[in-house]
Design a protein around this ligand. Structure first.
Ligand code: WTA
Length: 635
């Protein structure tokens, strides 16, 4: 028997040792015993860190939807696979059984085929958190099309640049979405994006908010009538384990977003195995991850990981504050949620409301609480533990990334003793290393450095779509024979890891990764702006908020600064989306630069964080005088 389900701390160590002593044998056993393959692999793993090439389960054939749906039909056909909780609490929740999911995915897959989508084609999806989102993803996977989900909060410009980058042929969207008391007209955003995307041949539109929208003849099609006329038989395409499953964009510290490519076999094995253990999932559980499927957390831990285990996975369309701040707890009580997985920013926002909203609801069904997306601060950790978990439900602080595909550092609940703000220990098969700035590995405990991973794991991203060189440069060139995460971390006296935050120019705002470069590019488009620099500063709900230092072309210009601020934020909203708006904008005479002309963000970060006593030596700057000027005029 393989070690599919770890139940004790001792067992964790045993299995961990086995997984790193002989990774190939370990993953082979897991893959063999718990998944359905159409053909076995010829080789478990081959890799070359220098070329940044990694292959797991080479030559194996499978279809991930057979693993996530078909194989459960005999034993769990009438079990709820997806439990959809709509935005409006008065609307009924929808229980989609595995049988129904099978039928809906097959029909959807046939619709894709009827519109000319074939294996290897890229399909972009821009949908709210409604069942069609999960179903369209699975329908792509059924026929071997590569899905690329774009979070439905991104702007038209962000959508078109992603569509063009991945050469998508089709877009799947809806008339609109509900967000609390608001509705958002998604289709008009898509229409604007599609003015710039010659490659898109067809658009499928789900009717959701019943709004009046523009449908372009010959290009746009309502989904419902197409689905109605379609057969529910759709054989699963035979895929190679290393064929791409999806592309998901994530911010980089420079340049445009990176289309991270995940492949089928390794991703499936790893997300399923981590889901089972990190959430100690059992057959009767009702699992809820509050993330949006537009992010990696939703891909791996709303769709693929849970369904591969035959779980019931909740999809929530709404927001935590609607109709009031008790909504999450209302849902926990209503569906008797057993595992609840959310982000620190949500916990902080809810904690701000006090405990009055929590006390109204029975949360006794909860067994495991999860946190993901950014470091969880001590206060939020304790609030979560005391008020939500009633000190009985272990908190799994799970560290991972879009690039890692699945959870990498985490406690195993009921086994690993937790420690506030610590992601604790590497998951099975994960070999972390802390590196110093000179490229030396920091051995032993009580050290702090840059977090790297020393050995391949099955769910690692395989490349950046269309730009393998960038993949190699970003992740595999900082240190030899290692994957560099971009995060800093420390290892405490017992070997527990605590993630200290990004060491590059990615800023995590409310759990969303934002690169400084695209935001600065958007600001610099403003005709009055000469230069800009963005840094993060601590924010009590969002974790970090954005501070922009902006120099104007005509310094003496008497334009109203408040108007300029609004215009700049509007530009950011148009180019990227409202999540990237700046909280503070300071107009400066200049930006501190090194003699080679590089903006010294480190200094700007200290000023934004009000730590001006820790600026260090500024005398070597090209223009040291601007520093004092900036400090004197802090926003
Ligand atoms: C951060 C989200 C501290 C980290 C799954 C990482 C975390 C980035 C944690 C990836 C955590 C994620 N503790 N920091 N538990 N989880 N991060 O790609 O900086 O959206 O590099 O993936 O989020 O964000 P991404």
């Amino acid at each position: 028997m393989s070690n599919y389900h770890i139940k004790q701390f001792e067992e964790y160590f045993q299995v961990y040792r086995k997984s790193v002593r002989n990774p190939e044998q370990f993953w082979e056993e897991i893959a063999e015993e718990h998944f359905t393959w159409k053909k076995r692999w010829s080789n478990v793993l081959s890799y070359d860190f220098k070329k940044a090439e990694f292959k797991w389960f080479e030559d194996a054939k499978l279809n991930i939807t057979e693993n996530c749906i078909d194989r459960h039909l005999h034993t769990r056909g009438d079990k709820t696979a997806i439990l959809f909780e709509p935005n409006n609490p008065d609307d009924e929740a929808e229980h989609i059984t595995y049988k129904q999911l099978h039928e809906r995915v097959c029909k959807f897959a046939n619709v894709l085929k009827s519109k000319g989508i074939k294996k290897g084609d890229v399909v972009c999806i821009y949908l709210p958190m409604i069942p069609e989102l999960a179903i369209s993803i699975l329908a792509c996977a059924r026929i071997g099309a590569i899905h690329s989900v774009i979070f439905a909060g991104f702007s038209a410009t962000a959508i078109s640049s992603r569509i063009n980058d991945c050469n998508a042929k089709m877009m799947i969207t809806s008339d609109g979405s509900y967000r609390g008391s608001k509705t958002i007209d998604l289709k008009s955003i898509v229409d604007e994006a599609l003015n710039e995307t010659p490659g898109i041949e067809s658009v499928l539109v789900a009717k959701h908010i019943q709004s009046d929208i523009n449908m372009k003849d010959g290009r746009d099609f309502w989904l419902a009538p197409l689905l109605e006329d379609t057969s529910s038989d759709c054989a699963a395409e035979v895929m190679d384990a290393e064929d791409p499953l999806f592309i998901l964009y994530t911010s980089g510290s420079t340049g445009k977003p990176k289309g991270m490519v995940h492949t089928i076999g390794g991703y499936m094995v790893y997300t399923a195995y981590t889901f089972k253990n990190v959430f100690q999932y059992r057959e009767e559980d009702i699992y809820w991850c509050t993330a949006d499927i537009g992010w990696i957390t939703g891909h791996s831990y709303i769709v693929y990981g849970p369904l591969a285990n035959g779980a019931t996975s909740v999809m929530f369309e709404g927001v935590p504050s609607y109709p009031d701040y008790g909504r999450f707890w209302n849902i926990v009580e209503k569906h008797k949620i057993t595992q609840f997985y959310t982000a620190p920013t949500a916990i902080r926002a809810l904690a701000k409301q006090g405990t009055e909203f929590i006390e109204k609801y029975d949360l006794s069904s909860l067994k495991v609480l999860g946190s993901v997306g950014e470091p969880i601060n001590e206060e939020a950790w304790h609030w979560y533990d005391e008020n939500v978990g009633k000190k009985k439900s272990p908190i799994v602080d799970t560290w991972w990334q879009t690039e890692t595909g699945g959870i990498m550092i985490t406690p195993i609940p009921f086994s690993t003793p937790t420690k506030p703000t610590y992601a604790t220990l590497p998951f099975i098969g994960v070999q972390p290393a802390l590196m110093d700035e000179n490229g030396q590995e920091l051995k032993g405990n009580q050290v702090e450095g840059r977090l790297c991973i020393k050995f391949p794991w099955p769910a690692m991203a395989r490349t950046i779509w269309g730009n393998h060189q960038r993949y190699k440069d970003t992740y595999f060139s900082a240190y030899d024979n290692m994957y560099f995460t971009g995060d800093g971390a420390l290892r405490d006296e017992v070997g527990y890891y605590r993630i200290t935050g990004r060491v590059d120019d990615v800023i995590i705002v409310s759990g969303h990764n934002l690169g400084t470069a695209p935001i600065e590019d958007a600001i610099n488009e403003h005709p009055a702006v000469s230069e800009s620099a963005i840094v993060g500063f601590p924010h009590d709900v969002k974790g970090n908020a954005l501070y922009g230092y902006v120099t104007l072309k005509d310094v003496g210009e008497s334009r109203n600064h408040e108007n300029l601020r609004m215009e700049i934020n509007q530009l950011i909203t148009d180019r990227i989306g409202p999540i990237a708006k700046l909280d503070k904008i300071q107009f400066t005479e200049g930006l501190p630069k090194t003699r080679s002309g590089k903006i010294m963000r480190r200094i700007l970060r200290k000023i934004a964080a009000n730590e001006t006593d820790q600026l260090g030596d500024t005398s070597t700057l090209l223009n040291p005088e601007v520093v004092q000027d900036i400090i004197n005029n802090v926003k």
